[in-house]
Design a protein around this ligand. Structure first.
Ligand code: BG6
Length: 503
């Protein structure tokens, strides 16, 4: 991993799907932030590619509207170029190659190109092939890299096929599979918390940890993406990728060095050690739910089935919870829990490490004694920080104990701006650092773990889909998944109306 914030070498980023939402909302604003921080190369260009016909100027003014209007904007916009083409037509790549060649010459970017696939996944195999045929895929006098957005397949089989397809035209070392969760500061901070402090790592194992809980809650619904989401569901959309990657960082062994493959080998080993969930256990180890309409603050909120693009009888899960184990020396017998859902009461992603209680309860004779449960809460977003819950003596006679919080908020680091995940990841790729990108083998391992659950959910009519009112913490029975405990609830349900049901 490159530790410094060095400028990358001169290069051009080609974005396929340039008229799309991701380019406007995330990619170009992130590049702009890098530009403002003086982290873009001296010679640099962005070539937007898509079917929509427009010229460079139109492209610039379209994207400029979404950037803050400070003095540097015009200079940045002058680095953006546009090329209209039919990406599924192999002949069109001759024109692309010529355009790129000219830009490369005039910008003096040394033939270094990144190709960013921000297109529908159906083009993931076509574009790499046509780039290859046009002679654009081989790193020869300059580097060639390919960034691929999720979804990396929709099943184990399609993920394998995608990898095979990509590897026909690009080497694994050229392929950067983006998982924006790994670009989040607080996810990377997991490595720093674990491996730069002497006090956590000795406790980070089955001797001291009782269980680990990971929640990723969203208050938003499917936001006009009903068509996509209904084919996906929460397990594919969040668990197979983002949340399992998080598990990789929580559970991995310390890598020997801070290098892409050293770290990625360790996360891969975690995925390889995930205990497969047998079909007959899926009902016991998972919960799925779907939000139904409710009233929040006097306003009627539609249910998932009323969202645009969602069939009236959809059984797609908007909430998924799962209990699983990592069968290795460190984690033997420690339950891990993941919970994620849409239309929950708030937006929060956090990891809660529950430590075991003391072996002997010295203060249990005092009135109102409750055993202390030490918890380390790693808040990934939005209030990024670290919270440690410990027992303290209540001042006065006797030994009364209560839980207090040691609480750190990133926001208290004045002047620190948390870079967006895309900003970090784009810069890493420009520098050729793949540490925070997922490798093909890890993607397949994660699918291997998820696939039996998807299969059982699909084939078994007996596994319920629970309806939960929008604005609540998911199915009423969610707590039953946690052995001897319940989920941590960062806030209350927003609504009391709407009834829990089975769909
Ligand atoms: C995306 C999912 O990958 O991640 C979305 O497709 C989800 O459904 C999003 O909303 C969550 O990302 P974040 O960064 O807002 O937690």
């Amino acid at each position: 991993m490159l530790l410094g914030m060095n400028k990358p070498v001169n290069q051009i980023i080609v974005i396929f799907g340039a008229s799309g939402d991701l380019t406007r909302r995330k990619l170009v604003p992130s590049l702009y932030d890098l530009f403002v921080k003086n982290l873009l190369p001296g010679n640099f260009g962005v070539l937007g590619v898509s079917r929509t016909s427009m010229d460079d100027e139109e492209f610039r003014s379209r994207l400029g509207g979404n950037l803050p209007g400070d003095g540097k904007k015009e200079q940045f916009l002058s680095m953006l170029y546009y090329h209209a083409m039919e990406t599924s037509d192999s002949d069109a790549y001759i024109g692309l190659s010529e355009r790129l060649g000219k830009l490369d010459q005039s910008l003096e970017t040394g033939g270094n190109f990144i190709f960013y696939l921000s297109t529908p996944p159906s083009l993931y195999e076509i574009i790499p092939e046509y780039l290859f045929r046009a002679g654009l895929a081989k790193s020869e006098q300059g580097f060639r890299r390919l960034i691929v957005e999720k979804p990396f397949g929709t099943s184990l089989e399609s993920a394998r096929n995608l990898n095979v397809g990509l590897l026909q035209y690009f080497e694994e070392s050229q392929i950067f599979r983006i998982d924006h969760y790994l670009g989040k500061e607080t996810v990377q901070n997991m490595l720093v918390t674990r491996f730069s402090n002497g006090i956590f790592e000795p406790l980070w194992n089955h001797n001291f940890i009782h269980h680990v809980e990971i929640t990723s809650a969203e208050s938003l619904g499917v936001e006009g993406r009903g068509g996509y989401y209904d084919q996906s569901g929460a397990l594919r959309d969040m668990v197979q990728n983002h949340l399992l990657q998080l598990v990789g960082f929580i559970a991995m062994e310390p890598p020997a060095v801070l290098e892409a493959d050293a770290i990625r080998n360790e996360t891969l080993k975690v995925f390889q050690a995930l205990r497969p969930i047998r079909e007959e256990d899926v009902e016991r180890c998972t919960i799925r739910g779907q939000y139904i309409s409710s009233t929040i603050k006097g306003g009627k909120v539609p249910g998932y089935r009323q969202e645009k693009g969602v069939p009236e009888d959809s059984r797609t899960e908007t909430f998924a919870a799962i209990r699983f184990y990592i069968d290795n020396w460190r984690w033997a017998g420690v339950p891990f829990y993941i919970r994620t859902g849409k239309k929950l009461p708030t937006r929060v992603t956090e990891v809660v490490v529950h430590f075991k209680q003391v072996p002997h309860h010295l203060f249990s004779a005092s009135p109102d004694y409750t055993p202390i449960e030490n918890q380390l809460i790693i808040r990934i977003q939005p209030d990024e920080g670290l919270l440690l819950k410990i027992g303290m003596k209540i001042p006065g006679a006797g030994f009364r104990v209560r839980t207090v919080n040691m609480d750190f908020h990133y926001s208290s680091l004045a002047d620190i701006h948390l870079p967006s995940a895309y900003e970090r990841l784009l810069l890493d790729c420009m520098q050729g650092d793949a540490t925070l990108y997922t490798r093909g083998d890890a993607v397949e391992e994660a699918w291997k773990f998820i696939q039996p659950v998807l299969d059982a959910w699909q084939s078994s009519g007996n596994i319920p889909v629970y309806g939960y009112p929008a604005g609540t913490w998911g199915p009423e029975i969610s707590d039953s998944l946690i052995l001897n405990g319940k989920w941590r609830y960062p806030c209350k349900n927003l609504t009391d109306d709407g009834s829990y049901c089975e769909l």
